[in-house]
Design a binder for this molecule. Sequence first.
Ligand SMILES: Nc1ncnc2c1ncn2[C@@H]1O[C@H](COP(=O)(O)OP(=O)(O)OP(=O)(O)O)[C@@H](O)[C@H]1O
Length: 640
Amino acid sequence: MSSSTNKVGSTGLVAPRRYSTMTSLRNVTPQMKGSYPQNPSLIRNFSNPSTPMYRSNSTQLSVAESSALELGVSEGTASPPGTLDRYPRPSILNLQDASSYRTESFDSAASSFSKTDRIPSSGTGKLPLLGNDIITSIRIRPVETQNNNLWSHGTVLNDPYEREYIHQDTSSNSSSLQQEYMFNHVFGVESDNLSIYRKSVASVVRNVFSGYNGIVFAYGMTGTGKTYSMQGTDEEPGIIPLGMRDLFNMVESNADSDTFQIRISYLEIYNERIRDLISDSHEEPKVREGANGEVIVSPMTRVLVTSPEEVSQVIEQCNAIRKTAATDYNTYSSRSHAILQVFLIRNSESTHTTRTSTLSLVDLAGSERASTDHERRKEGAFINKSLLTLGTVISRLSTSLNGGASSNNSHIPYRESKLTRLLQQSLSGQSQISLLATISIEPRHAVETTNTLKFAMRTQNLPTEIRQAEASTNYQAEVSSLRAALAKSNQELELCTNVIKQLKSDLEERDAYISWLEAEKSHESAISRARLRMEELLSDRNMEIADLKEELSDKEKIIYALRSSQQRRELAELNQSKIRFPKFRELPKGYVLEGTGKENMNFFEKNDQTTRYVSDQAEMDAPDVETMSLEAINPQTTAI
Ligand SMILES: Nc1ncnc2c1ncn2[C@@H]1O[C@H](COP(=O)(O)OP(=O)(O)OP(=O)(O)O)[C@@H](O)[C@H]1O
């Protein structure tokens, strides 16, 4: 890798440099015409300061990222300030409307960019929409012999768009093949890469330079010249080197007013696995959706490039590890889809605007019939499936544009293959598209050719509302608005911190309350356990008391019986001793006298069944015993 074109400063950073004359690509693209040899001896070394690189988290460039670059904020392993190429301010800015490129690309044989051209950014305002800007081109691969060629092509007469047609002669025995197809360009076997680039791709590159996203992709059957068209050879550089040369020329021509930064990423999709061709890492980049619905591939390396030669060097080294193999139709067949992305950051010092745009250059793997080789068959299945999904996506998108059923993006099967997932944004109208469909006019490939033409026809109907790639921003205003946003965020953060503190203390209080409740609960249960015990004891005591009462009552009965028998005994003794009693008074009716002596006399109330003991108290009202006869107090008649 050459670093001669860059001045490396004492800090090891790439010093600002001017893009001067374009050097030949001869020394950096050793591929021979018609062959793409693998060169394992190439060392994939990007550590040269002339190609500083970083592995970003995304293939998307955000406004914030570009602003950070412009403001001199470090971006991790990315090149710090100073890597941007800075140029003197121009005396006059020749502003052009970007939409004019469309006309140029469609209606005239646009030449490749000349270094004297100036292409402005659109100032502080937004760029206009480009409208339906899809360029479809057909390229016919040269054949050994023109015998039996059934295809013819030419310019459509009186067509305001000056389109070109290709059709199969009626001698074909299949009516389905006898159709005419119209495209922006049909390039015959004699066409070269430069003319194809000028007519079909140059306008896309110019629009990318002006702030729009663009995608160029080559589609076609295996061996029909996709890689030849995209990469070319030393003698005949393809779309990619020509595009890079144009882009860097435009940078140079506008360098006195604006500053630029160009980075590239290069990936392949092989057997439905994404591989970062620039990185040595084995980690497979993942596709995910960003906050704004954008498709993000991460991690993905973006290497800073400062010249078209550097781009070629990176591509060459990456191609050495790309999956290629000999197939039935191509000795060096690409077995993977390759996507080169060029990220351009343009900062206009006069208008204080920053714009980012992306150019995607896609070399699709070729569709093919089933191979006899097992490995090729497996690869072929993955390739065909992803191309089929691409066809379905394009078909549905085209239907939706024409008011068909698939008007909602959710019905578009982008997720069915990595390819369509990655191209989702470009296909759904956010990029200017240039499709180059490569075909073979050999009769044996008629079916594949017809399919390719149909695919290209459908692509013409893709919806496009190409908007400015990134919002034009006045970065001073942006800085103040970011500062304001930061201050607001800080306030919110402080508020949140306070709320969190409050919540934390609430939480602590609640925890304390919960533990108190738990303690209380256990205390209460201890109390209720004690109460139960007490109730048990009480019940025991009550039973004991009842027992004792019963016992007492028995004892009283015994005592009474004893006393009664004692009284009877004493009465008997009294009867026998014939003691003179005082004069008895007459007892009230129903009462009998029992006992001896006045102090021992008791009165008993008599009724029919029982005799009730009255007590000694009754003595107070006792009748005068002197009036009672002895017979009246005979124990025989007063038995209890
Ligand atoms: N227009 C052309 N002029 C001269 N040679 C061509 C042209 N197109 C293709 N070829 C040659 O045909 C062969 C196959 O071309 P290429 O590898 O570009 O095909 P492809 O479509 O990329 O195939 P695959 O899909 O298998 O990768 C190569 O040897 C290439 O040099």
